[in-house]
Design a protein around this ligand. Structure first.
Ligand code: SAH
Length: 404
């Protein structure tokens, strides 16, 4: 078995079961194995610590599959995948739209699998998940009984692993790759899912992430519960996850803002497909930073504002600039809220933790001159669990604030 040996003292994080081994921690660091190959990880005194996948191009040179002395083969992946899927199915009534496998959080580094209706969307982000991709695809079909997997391995992080982007049909028992026709592919990729009894059009090929922000599921429901008779502003609305829920919850009006015309078009379709009154909804294409100022100048006011921006800080290095961005939009949101109004504010930046985010929002309220309190702490849904040995898995944090 190929092996890597750690420098003295560098076994500490592995003993705490953190799954990453950085290149600087390895003694025989110049040895190169095949991309994704399974290697043993040994301490400086040659004790077995873990079995991992090797990433020759990444600073994260290896990622742990197991801390046990067990073979890495099809059955290993079957057990892990089965366990992840069983947990999800036990958590939710409906299997319509959910994350089945969430990488390190499910002890499967680099592998994300989302279920949208009868289609599985697979994202392979590391050399290790790429090495085992075909085996994993076979297991996914066997264990779910489904027949279609669409691949969305087009995230930027693949570059760090030396892997090219790849999107397209990975498995389809009805249509073979060789005689695929584009019309059939769009049948696979343009689907309607149901979340909490509401329908959403999802574009698996062109949508963000794997098509939909599944992580916001329970927060969307919370918006629905609280939106009755309110004037709502949904900033960074994308395809209308929050907008549709606010309308379904009886909002008096919902204004949806996004910089993407395509997202707004789908947002409108999602309002219509749920038979919600289009007259209560309106949308505006533009930059939220600019529009919040414009609304302030126009003296507009809302009873509920949702701020769900894109990732401003993927890593801690961009945290400072990102903090300014969050402060800015939260400050103007507080100014636009009527007394008694609610702010749902989120950050999905890995580089900003929950404590820092709360400080930023507190600073924004202070500078806006409003008195506010936190009613609820919000986070990603339970199908995006956080392994206690991998706190990096917690990326979505939110606050439900009341302007007094
Ligand atoms: N709230 C959405 C997800 C938001 S994703 C949901 O629950 O589904 C972030 C969105 O912000 C994207 O649709 C993107 O087009 C939009 N966006 C990014 N920067 C923007 C900006 N400066 N102004 C307005 N929209 C922006």
């Amino acid at each position: 078995m190929s092996s890597i040996v750690l420098k003295p003292g560098k076994e500490k994080s592995l003993l705490r079961r953190h799954p990453w081994i950085f290149s600087g921690a390895i003694q025989n660091g110049d040895r190169v194995f095949e991309s994704g190959e399974t290697v043993d990880v040994l301490s400086s005194d040659r004790q077995f610590l873990a079995r991992a996948s090797f990433s020759p191009h990444s600073q994260i040179r290896a990622r742990v599959w197991t801390f046990e002395d067990e073979p890495i083969e099809k059955d290993f992946f079957r057990k892990r995948i089965r366990k992840a899927i069983d947990t999800r199915y036990s958590l939710f009534d409906s299997t319509e739209a959910m994350r089945l496998i969430y990488a390190e959080s499910d002890n499967l580094p680099g592998l994300i699998v989302d279920r949208y209706g009868d289609v599985l969307v697979l994202q392979s982000l590391t050399a290790g998940s790429e090495f085992w991709k075909e085996t994993i695809a076979d297991i996914l079909l066997e264990e779910t009984g489904l027949s279609t997997i669409y691949e969305r391995s087009d995230a930027d992080v693949r570059e760090l692993e030396g892997l090219p982007p790849r999107s397209g049909v990975l498995r389809n028992s009805i249509i073979r790759e060789s005689d695929r026709d584009p019309n059939n592919e769009s049948q696979i990729t343009n689907i309607v899912i149901i979340e909490h009894n509401l329908k959403f059009n999802v574009s698996l090929a062109g949508g963000h992430k794997t098509g939909f922000y599944l992580d916001q599921r329970k927060n969307r429901l919370r918006v629905r519960e609280l939106a009755k008779d309110k004037d709502v502003l949904d900033c960074f609305c994308y395809t209308g996850g929050f907008t549709v829920n606010a309308l379904a919850g009886g909002a008096k009006s919902v204004l949806s803002v996004d910089s993407s015309a395509d997202a707004l078009a789908l947002c409108k379709e999602n309002i219509a497909v749920n038979d919600l009154e289009l007259s209560r909804g309106s949308s505006l294409e533009g930059d939220v930073f600019h529009l919040l100022r414009k609304f302030r100048d126009e003296g507009r006011a809302f009873d509920m504002i949702i701020l769900d921006p894109p990732k401003f800080a993927p890593t801690a290095a961009q945290a400072e600039k990102a903090a300014r961005g969050y402060k800015d939009i939260n400050l103007f949101a507080f100014k636009l809220l009527r007394p008694g109004g609610l702010l749902f504010t989120f950050s999905c930046s890995g580089g900003i933790d929950a404590g820092l985010f709360q400080k930023i929002v507190a600073g924004a309220a202070l500078d806006a001159g409003v008195n506010a309190q936190i009613l609820e702490y919000l986070a990603q849904a339970a199908d995006h669990p956080v392994a206690l040995n991998f706190p990096e898995g917690a990326y979505l944090k939110g606050l439900l604030c009341l302007r007094k």
